[in-house]
Write a protein that binds this ligand. Structure first.
Ligand code: PLP
Length: 355
């Protein structure tokens, strides 16, 4: 008899993968979607038409520019990155996280709770992961981080600032204290920097083992899949070795370059999202929730004793947020809501009141 796929999988697939479940994205059709930190605004019609015109000229029969030179030049300008540093592009910043872990395999450390992909990608590529709890107010516990770093000598420390899912930005002094004592690389993940917090980019000249990661996803182009990482050319050269040659497709290269020529569109949307964030924050406070200040495009709040039931009640009313209850002890009864359009935020608040 033929060997079953299950038997052959048990024999051939890396043991740690058997216990892994693939990253789950809940179905959202028919929902007001406030669970994934997307920018709710699309492009204005005339900008979208101009984008489509630009994409028309892309030769899809040819491979993309493997070095994405034109796009890199625009991203350098957009980020204000000095010529003495280099940058590398990824199919979303997720892909860059994977490249980092393919290249540096001595162990990953990150404060917790933080972005769920840090432990997930570590498990995927077979690199040990260690989380160090944030303080109860979600501030960075620098002494605990330094102690854990001295004991375990991680190859990479990830610091998301502003942090997902807590929303707070870490002070640059705290980040620099960790960079100074790190025995490996420190990657500051600035996915939410368009919405608040000070950038660690200004620390690059003093710290050759620091890298800064960004993405277009939260800015308003999650569907394009484009992330970039910046830092010392020697480190970027290492990452180039684990980058697949055509990882940024031609439509993304052209679309992202176009978007960076229309920054004012995104700037206006970000200003609107920040104003709505403040309105939501105050409304949640006035409803008696524990609400955490946010420098991002989402808000974390706690409904003591009824986090899960509230999440379900919102879902019944067709509003999808993220339930974090059970994902970390510090997040008991916590929900995370992405700032949506004003009318979406109104619907969310109405559904909350209705309960
Ligand atoms: C902290 C953080 N980094 C990176 C990402 C992934 O972004 P991308 O869409 O560029 O893969 C996310 C997405 O939620 C995030 O929260």
């Amino acid at each position: 008899m033929n060997e079953t796929p299950e038997a052959r999988i048990r024999a051939l697939v890396r043991a740690e993968l058997h216990a892994l479940t693939p990253y789950h994205v809940p179905p959202s059709e028919g929902f007001i979607k406030l669970d994934a930190m997307e920018n709710p605004y699309g492009l204005p019609k005339e900008v979208k038409d101009a984008l489509l015109e630009r994409l028309r000229a892309v030769p899809l029969n040819r491979y993309p520019d493997p070095a994405a030179r034109a796009l890199k030049a625009r991203l350098r300008d957009f980020s204000g990155l000095d010529e003495s540093f280099a940058l590398l592009l990824g199919n979303g910043s997720d892909e860059i996280l994977q490249m980092l872990l393919l290249a540096v395999r001595r162990g990953v450390m990150a404060p917790e709770p933080s972005f769920s992909m840090y432990p997930l990608i570590s498990a995927m590529v077979g690199v040990p992961y260690r989380g160090v709890p944030l303080r109860e107010d979600f501030s960075l516990d620098v002494p605990a981080m330094l102690e854990a770093m001295a004991a375990e000598k991680p190859g990479i420390v990830f610091l998301a600032s502003p942090n997902n899912p807590t929303g707070n930005a870490f002070p640059l002094e705290a980040i620099e204290a960790i960079v100074k004592k790190s025995p490996g690389l420190v990657v500051v993940d600035e996915a939410y920097i368009p919405f608040g917090g000070a950038s660690a980019l200004q620390l690059l000249p003093r710290h050759p083992h620091l890298l800064v990661l960004r993405t277009l996803s939260k800015l308003g182009l999650a569907g394009l899949r484009l992330g970039w990482i910046m830092g010392h050319p020697a480190w970027i050269e290492v990452l180039e070795k684990v980058r697949l040659p055509y990882n940024i497709n031609s439509l993304t290269q052209a679309g992202a370059a176009f978007a960076l020529e229309h920054r004012e569109v995104f700037a206006a949307q970000i200003a609107a999202i920040k104003a709505e964030r403040e309105r939501l924050y105050r409304a949640l406070l006035s409803m008696g929730f524990e609400v955490y200040p946010s420098a991002a495009n989402f808000i974390l709040f706690r409904a003591p004793g009824r986090g899960e039931s509230l999440f379900e009640a919102l879902k019944r009313q067709k509003v999808l947020v993220k339930c974090l209850h059970g994902s970390h002890p510090l997040l008991a009864d916590c929900l995370r809501v992405t700032v949506g359009l004003p009318e979406e935020n109104d619907a969310f608040l109405r559904a909350l009141r209705h309960g």
